[in-house]
Design a protein around this ligand. Structure first.
Ligand code: NAD
Ligand code: UGA
Length: 437
């Protein structure tokens, strides 16, 4: 049993804290957001993540996991302190490190003995050295410490199983002893452990996210070519994916990537390159292709419906992906705004993201279920591929609509079936499904 402090109880911090507690460690999780901590003490989760509530409850009950807003309390007797605070985009696309700086300073002022500080937030190359410098300058007592990079690769919606079964654990530090200790902490995960230097570890995280985003933008570009020539991108992706050098994952064409990480991380990596006088041409194209997807929804609906003024469009899904309530950089925001600007009335339904989405999209009317939303709609757009949308009574849905137009932005339905059901259906990159041969 190790004593661990986790700083920041968002998607990464709370999952990290609960999982390390479940592995038998004593974990104190800290946040500066008092309402979050107060809620957690009462068993209320600040985020929607499948399985998290039960995991937190079990470990709180076993007294392996507790919550506080006090750095002094959180660091009392700690051997490891994970930093898992946000690193959002700054005004020029750079990573905003103000929360990391505040956490580093507070750690320095409150550490109660030797400490290994592990950075889990996604941070620009060189941040580990910068954090070490901040800690050094603000320490009240000169306890020995080490800064280690251990980037997180979990996905929202499957965060617990991703954390517990990672493809690899990356540990970056020039302090071999500290790196070994952090590696030991992760041994129960039975994953390959890559031990490297700080800067390389930081870069592995950005390069991984940027590569995954590239894969998606690539298949989306292929989807457009498929559409133009009457090929089906789903079958193209499946055919490509059997090649182990390509792999079947992250080849789902659709409305593109959003969320709290790909957008900010691709931007931050491009910014880092530019800072050194480099031109990140691939990264720039990857972003350009991605953001065009969102604009194309308006164009495609105009092709299907004509002038959108006065047309009623219903969005199935708002979250940036299924199984999360996260609306950060969700494609639905740009899509809804584009449709509103084109004069449409926009409605939406999402199983969990509506409370957060309403504040971002005040002009969009939210509905308690897909059928009520579909009543009188001229078109529906599948924006997020929630499982419940795959089980809809499509016949009933069509009958409720004013026009049976469905734009399947995540390719969840079978084109032939949709045509049989009487829909005017369009998927993404499924050229032979609307008039091709
Ligand atoms: P988040 O916004 O959900 O949570 C961050 C938390 O940190 C908030 O609760 C905030 O109140 C708290 N915080 C801010 N300043 C603090 C301070 N000085 N002291 C203590 N707490 C403070 O963020 P997130 O999505 O969990 O992301 C955290 C980091 O992990 C980011 O760098 C992100 O890029 C990276 N990451 C995120 C994911 C993901 O799926 N969300 C996956 C891998 C890596
Ligand atoms: C992503 C990475 O997958 C994680 O490894 C990483 O830890 C995380 O970012 C991060 O650094 O925060 P996440 O954003 O939670 O995780 O979700 P993904 O499943 O990767 O999806 C990201 C976006 O890509 C979503 O908008 C999703 O709809 C889209 N996507 C994904 C596609 O359009 N096609 C695909 O084939 C896969």
């Amino acid at each position: 049993m190790k004593r661990i402090t986790v700083i920041g109880v968002g998607y990464v911090g709370l999952v990290t804290a609960a999982c390390f507690a479940d592995l038998g460690n004593r974990v104190v999780a800290l946040d500066v957001n008092e309402a979050r901590i107060e809620g957690l003490k009462q068993g209320i989760m600040p985020i929607y993540e499948p399985g998290l509530e039960e995991l937190v409850r079990r470990n709180v009950k076993a007294e392996r996991l507790s919550f506080t807003t006090s750095y002094a309390e959180a660091l009392q007797g700690a051997e490891f302190a994970f930093i898992a605070v946000g690193t959002p985009s700054g005004v020029n696309g750079e990573a905003d490190l103000q929360y990391v700086a505040a956490a580093a300073r507070a750690i320095a002022e409150n550490m109660s003995g030797p400490l290994i500080i592990i950075n889990k937030s996604t941070v620009p190359i060189g941040t580990g050295d910068w954090v070490a410098d901040i800690v050094q300058r603000h320490q009240k007592h000169p306890y020995p410490f080490s800064v280690v990079s251990c980037p997180e690769f979990l996905r929202e919606g499957t965060a617990i199983s991703d954390f517990m079964n990672p493809y690899r654990v990356v540990v970056g530090s020039l302090d071999r002893e500290a790196a070994e200790k952090v590696a030991q902490l992760h041994l129960p995960l039975r994953a390959p452990i890559v031990i490297t230097d700080l800067r390389t570890a930081e870069m592995i995280k950005y390069a991984s996210n940027a590569f995954l985003a590239t894969k998606i933008s690539f298949i989306n570009e292929i989807a457009d070519i498929c559409e133009a020539y009457g090929a089906d991108v789903k079958e193209v992706a499946a055919g490509m994916g059997y090649d182990k050098r390509i792999g079947p994952y992250f080849l789902d064409a659709g409305l593109g990537w959003g969320g709290s990480c790909f957008p900010k991380d691709v931007k931050a990596l491009a910014y880092m390159a530019q800072e050194k006088g480099l031109t990140p041409r691939i990264l720039q194209s990857v972003m350009e292709v991605n953001y065009r997807r969102r604009k194309d929804v308006v164009r495609v609906l105009q092709e299907m419906l004509g002038d959108l003024r006065g047309k009623v469009i219903g969005l199935l899904g708002l979250a940036f992906k299924p199984n999360t309530d996260d609306m950060r950089e969700a494609p639905s925001i740009d899509i809804a705004e584009g449709l509103l600007a084109a004069g449409a009335e926009v409605r939406a339904y999402d199983p969990v993201a509506m409370p957060g989405a309403q504040a971002l999209l005040p002009a969009v009317k939210m509905y308690p279920d897909p059928y009520q939303m579909a009543q009188g709609c001229d078109a529906l757009v599948v924006v997020t591929e929630w499982n419940e949308f795959k089980q809809l009574d499509l016949e009933r849905l069509r009958q409720l609509m004013r026009l049976p137009v469905l734009l399947d932005g995540r390719n969840i339905y079978q084109p032939q079936l949709m045509h049989q059901l009487g829909f005017i259906y369009r998927g993404i990159g499924r050229g032979n499904t609307h008039g091709g041969s």
